[in-house]
Design a protein around this ligand. Structure first.
Ligand SMILES: Nc1ncnc2c1ncn2[C@@H]1O[C@H](COP(=O)(O)OP(=O)(O)OP(=O)(O)O)[C@@H](O)[C@H]1O
Ligand SMILES: [Mg+2]
Length: 387
């Protein structure tokens, strides 16, 4: 037993001496190639083993022959372990170089191309991470492209929408100037109407750009949806009467909401004007407000005959105006009806304002028409808020 302890002590002494020398070398090389570090670890291991063996062999007073045998065995083991360490180092370096090459493809148009050769577990994990990042990058670039192209499209549409009435206004002004207008009073009235419409369009554009830039500042206050709906119906009533459409407030619960009343009135006005314009005369437009779970849902249901299923997802897009495309809806002579009324901004503004209130806007078809809904977070009852 004593011999064993003695041998262990000699071996530990020899190996420890090699380890003490090897540790600083490994630390010094930690910023260098991982292959070099691996090789150094193998060299330190071999040296520790050889030093321990030699120390024990010397202490045991082995004959020269036996000592030579021990040394030969140790040398063979050293050669094999160093060769294996060098191969392993090369393999790791090759894997990391392949991954570095592959990393350059992250964000490229073709997407991330993973290395073909097998990688160690950590490098494979890194490769999977790179593939996910690359996919996310491609997704956000695609979103950005779509946004950019819809912005370009909107600018083209709006310029078209502005150009047509401006040409009409110029023609009317020239006729008045030349004194060839048959009914100047009618021309003046038309010019005023058109200027008001163009002002509305520019206001809508400004509002939409504020929404998209996140610059819409809301002045929130606690109001009853009953009052909001009442004001909106009163504002839309003249148009409904003109169009022969019946406007009804249906099931309006007097629930409180915390909103910017001016902005939500604008939302309701946009929805009501759309609904009245889309409903044939003798038709009916109904406004309802009710509590649904944590939301207050305001809905406007019309008798438009329904929106094509494939268009339901597009109605809230800025500039989208349905099948009438960008052609004037109504037209006449210079003093007749100018280009159609809308620029397709109303529902984009609706969605922007509702989302700024942390709400949601949606549309679905109903029997004989469609129903636009806005869900706003309900204001908790005063006693619930106090607790
Ligand atoms: N209640 C509705 N019923 C049927 N179709 C509708 C209704 N509301 C909107 N739409 C369709 O969606 C399109 C986009 O509506 P939106 O309010 O955004 O623009 P607009 O009314 O054409 O113009 P703007 O509101 O800028 O004056 C409309 O042109 C119409 O085709
Ligand atoms: Mg509209």
């Amino acid at each position: 037993m004593k011999d064993i302890l003695l041998i262990a002590a000699y071996a530990a002494l020899g190996a420890g001496a090699a380890g003490l020398l090897g540790w600083p070398a490994v630390r010094l090389l930690r910023r260098r190639s991982v292959a070099l570090s691996l090789f150094t670890v193998a060299v330190v291991t071999v040296l520790a083993m050889t030093a321990g063996t030699v120390a024990v062999a010397r202490a045991m007073f082995l004959s020269d022959h036996d000592f030579g045998v021990v040394l030969t065995v140790v040398c063979m083991a050293a050669v094999v372990s160093l060769a294996v360490a060098a191969l392993l180092g090369r393999q790791v370096v090759r894997g990391s170089r392949a991954l570095a090459r592959a990393a350059r493809t992250v964000g490229s148009d073709a997407g991330f191309v993973a290395p073909e050769q097998p990688l160690g577990a950590e490098l494979a994990e890194l490769s999977a991470e790179l593939a996910t990042t690359s996919a996310r990058l491609a997704e956000s670039r695609e979103r950005e492209r779509a946004l950019e192209s819809s912005r370009r499209e909107l600018i083209a549409w709006i310029s078209h929408d502005l150009r047509t009435p401006l040409a009409g206004l110029r023609a009317m002004a020239e006729s008045l100037e030349d004194g060839v207008a048959e009914d100047p009073a009618r021309y003046h009235a038309r010019i005023r109407t058109e200027v008001e419409r163009l002002t509305g369009m520019v206001d809508d554009l400004f509002e939409l750009s504020r929404i998209q830039a996140g610059a819409l500042s809301l002045s929130l206050s606690r109001v009853s949806v009953y009052d909001l709906v009442g004001d909106a119906i009163a504002g839309a009533y003249p148009l409904a009467r003109e169009r022969g459409v019946r406007l009804v407030g249906d099931r309006i619960e007097p629930v409180p909401v915390r909103v910017d009343p001016r902005e939500i009135t604008r939302v309701l006005a946009n929805l009501l004007f759309n609904a009245i314009r889309a409903t044939p005369s003798e038709g009916r437009v109904a406004v309802a407000a009710r509590r649904r779970d944590q939301d207050v849902v305001l809905s406007v249901t019309d008798g438009c005959g329904g929106i094509a299923e494939q268009d339901l997802s597009k109605v809230f897009d800025a500039g989208w105006r349905g099948s009438t495309a960008r052609t004037p809806r109504e037209s006449g002579g210079a003093a007749g009806e100018l280009a159609g009324s809308g620029a397709g901004l109303g529902l984009a503004i609706v969605r922007g304002i509702v989302e700024a209130h942390a709400g949601r806007a949606s549309v679905r078809n109903t029997e004989g028409g469609c129903c636009f809904e806005i869900a706003l977070p309900a204001e908790p009852a005063p006693d619930a808020a106090a607790t």
